[in-house]
Design a protein around this ligand. Structure first.
Ligand SMILES: C[S@@+](CC[C@H](N)C(=O)[O-])C[C@H]1O[C@@H](n2cnc3c(N)ncnc32)[C@H](O)[C@@H]1O
Length: 243
């Protein structure tokens, strides 16, 4: 990275296992003047934790820029927090600083980087270093192919309406439902109604040391799980060898 490479990097650090950070992501993180990341109100950052070993090897005098955004505040206040953060990032870039913004999973897949890039890219150079997504990590940890042959797949948030989730379950062979944990009782009801409960596997903290897998979701029907969880729904009977 040359000293004139003034870029705001969205760096995917993958789903949790530090060994799933790409070589390119590690290089960009180590060489950045400033490493930025979102924190919760307690100052905790999942993305920073994932990259902690890489950060130990960062260039000397590297600074950090924690950006506190509580997802429990309304969208208007979240937007104001992104406005403030992007002004700060732009000011640092005008001073000649290169910034690596750490993103859990992939930056452009439901990532906070998207909302900062939207505010910064008209004025400064933005680049993305892709990361392994939670959906790919779940597929690997569950040893379950996402799609084979002519199957279709949809990714949906559990914040969608009941109708949209029901329609998606009825239409697609494979469905990944993100942000699942807090919505589990409602999701189980929808899965049962769609006849897809037996197709469903649950995973939380995929590839973290605290990973938990539940292959029979009726075991968790009344329990809520953490935000970092998802459901992977795939056909029980699959045509692996069609002629
Ligand atoms: C805001 S999205 C971020 C997605 C992330 N950028 C990615 O590439 O996977 C957060 C949601 O992703 C899912 N997620 C992220 N990491 C996960 C993990 N390690 N295990 C299970 N689900 C995860 C959860 O559904 C969580 O609610």
């Amino acid at each position: 990275m040359s000293t004139r490479d003034i870029t705001f990097y969205g760096v995917g650090v993958g789903p949790g296992d530090p060994e799933l950070i790409t070589l390119k992501a590690a290089r960009i993180i180590k060489n950045a003047d400033i490493v930025a990341y979102i924190t919760n109100v307690k100052g905790e950052s999942v993305a920073k934790n994932i990259a902690s070993d890489v950060l130990l090897e960062a260039k000397s005098a590297q600074l950090t820029l924690p950006i506190e955004i509580s997802m429990s505040i309304g969208r208007t206040d979240i937007n104001k927090a992104y406005d403030t953060a992007s002004r700060e990032i732009l000011a640092l870039m005008r001073e000649g600083k290169t910034i690596a913004f750490l993103c859990e999973g992939d930056p452009l897949f439901f990532g906070s980087f998207i909302y900062l890039m939207d505010r910064i890219s008209a004025q400064q150079n933005c680049k993305i270093i892709p990361g392994i997504t939670s959906v790919n990590a779940a597929s690997a940890q569950l040893s379950t192919p996402l799609t084979i042959l002519s199957e279709d797949m949809a990714i949906i948030s559990s914040r969608s309406t009941d109708q949209k989730i029901a329609d998606t379950l009825a239409t697609y062979d494979t469905v990944a439902i993100l942000k699942a944990g807090p919505h589990m009782p409602r999701l189980i009801t929808l899965l049962k109604a769609a006849g897809r409960k037996e197709d469903t596997q649950y995973i939380e903290y995929a590839t973290h040391t605290s990973e938990k897998i539940v292959k029979d979701v009726s075991l968790i029907s009344d329990n809520k799980g953490p935000y970092f969880s998802l459901l992977l729904i795939t056909r029980k009977e699959r045509e692996y060898r069609c002629d």
